[in-house]
Design a protein. Structure first.
Length: 231
């Protein structure tokens, strides 16, 4: 089983070389500062106690369906070993070459992408336009993106579709799903009236619900949304 000690030993050289990376939670590294969007590297256990899986993720905290700071969002990919090493997608703890290769792969592949996505608009447009990622985006994601970017008419259309097919009058099966339904209902009036201030308030509220009190809060910056004419 992958342990906290193993993750710390693997991550320490990378963190030392990149002061804008921080460890938060048990098995994730985050590029700072964190604002509306988090960019993280996940070091996860597998069914093999001598192996871990490494992946990167981009998650927007203001999305209607994001209900936890630990959400992995709908955009990400696995990070495999360099071609000269065995293992493929698996990182074998008993193989001492993983330590240097981890730094090389993250610094060579993941961090340049993360650092290029330094605005909310850039993160959202990257996910929309990348064929490898866009297929994983659902109606909730597109609704949140349209709201954040100020695309009010398209957001109205998406909310109408979701209300008709997902919300209805029935209670949700669990509290997290009910929270999403409640958020959709809260959007109804400000979207119909085009009240941008109210929409910004709701997005900021959902973001705060995910981040206040979490391990990410010390690294969180409360910024304006593109909806407000910023970024």
């Amino acid at each position: 089983m992958t342990t906290a000690r193993q993750i710390k030993e693997l991550s320490a050289p990378l963190l030392a070389r990149n002061p804008d990376l921080v460890a938060a939670g048990k098995n994730s590294l985050w590029l700072t500062p964190i604002d509306h969007v988090g960019r993280l590297i996940l070091i996860d256990r597998t069914s093999d106690p001598d192996s871990c899986a490494i992946s990167w993720h981009i998650v927007a905290y203001f999305m209607p369906e994001t209900t936890s700071w630990s959400s992995l969002g709908r955009c990400g990919d696995r990070v495999g070993r360099s071609k000269q090493f065995p293992g493929g997608w698996g990182w074998i703890w008993s193989d001492s070459t993983i330590y240097g290769d981890f730094v090389d792969r993250i610094e060579g592949e993941v961090l340049p992408l993360f650092r290029s996505l330094d605005t909310t608009r850039g993160c959202l447009e990257f996910q929309r336009d990348d064929p490898q990622r866009s297929g994983y985006l659902n109606h909730y994601w597109h609704l949140g993106a349209c709201l954040a970017l100020g695309e009010i008419e398209r957001a109205r259309e998406l909310l109408s579709e979701l209300k008709a097919h997902r919300v209805g009058g029935q209670p949700a099966e669990n509290p997290a799903e009910q929270r999403v339904y409640d958020r959709l209902r809260a959007l109804d009036q400000p979207l119909r009236s085009g009240d941008r201030a109210a929409l910004c308030y709701l997005l900021a509220q959902w973001e705060a619900e995910n981040l206040v009190g979490s391990p990410l809060e010390p690294h969180w910056q409360r910024n304006a949304f593109p909806l407000e004419g910023v970024g």
